[in-house]
Write a protein that binds this ligand. Sequence first.
Ligand code: FAD
Length: 302
Amino acid sequence: PYEVLVIGGGPAGSSAAIYAARKGIRTGIVAERFGGQVRDTLGIENFISIKHIEGSRLSDNLEAHVKDYNVDVMMPQRAKSLKKKEYVEVELENGATLKSKTVILSTGARWRNVGVPGEIEYKNKGVAYCPHCDGPLFKGKRVVVIGGGNSGIEAAIDLAGIVNHVTVLEFMPELKADAVLQERLYSLPNVTVYKNVQTKEIIGTDKVNGITYIDRGTQEEHHIELQGVFVQIGLVPNTEWLGDSVERNRIGEIIVDNHNATSIPGVFAAGDCTNSPYKQIIISMGSGANAALGAFDYLIRN
Ligand code: FAD
């Protein structure tokens, strides 16, 4: 059996694998690919100490760094289920079962898409999902935020301080965000809110230059000229495969304590698949390191 088995090769998993291997213990990693969401990111400017790096390059660096250590890399592989017996057993989609004394779950998350024409086409060309990451790219420009829940309204407030103007599009007749966020939003001079509207299409040439939406009350179609679209309709953790094995919250995030331990002794979790409030590369790497140290601590006590 492994002493530490990491599931997922994004920033959290890579960091966990390196921290575990540096303790000289038998470490394995099951990865679909290295980099996770970072592979899909054009440029990163908030990875502290590196002013700018392409996502593909950071992903290659993660892979090289993990492979620099004595880590069993199983790739491309996906985990299918997890059970705690004498060891923690992880079944892979290829039918193999891996045993380990501890497991670190780091299967990340994915942004929910609005699914309108133009969204995929203009991803990284005006369509963005992360205001902390991409907000500054739209300095002085006009943007729309799709989604009026807490994340959408937080994004709109955040962006209003950077961009020229923010329009919020909410499908339902009311915003779902907390009252205190709504109050703050409505106090800002450069924000417009449209409720009960449905996004129809994101439009552009080489980059986004507008959006069309339908007023669900009147069925009228409207067009707004802008340079950026932030989609904020939810981040979904990749945890469906765990079923009831590990305790998860209402939205499926794995619940962890401050050692990144889950409800199963010996099973830890890190990064975007957990209930950590903010989802960023640097935070995921920190939590991967914390989980590996938590697992090491567990191993020396058990
Ligand atoms: P992930 O990166 O999601 O990696 C998890 C990996 O596990 C994935 O490869 C996934 O395929 C794999 N996996 C899933 N299920 C299984 C399974 N059953 N078995 C095996 N493997 C599995 N953050 C920043 O700090 N700065 C930025 O500029 C920035 N820009 C972003 C831009 C975009 C377009 C996106 C989508 C995200 C951005 N983020 C940014 C957020 C950042 O990428 C994430 O917070 C970070 O990648 C999370 O790391 P993670 O390791 O927890 O998860």
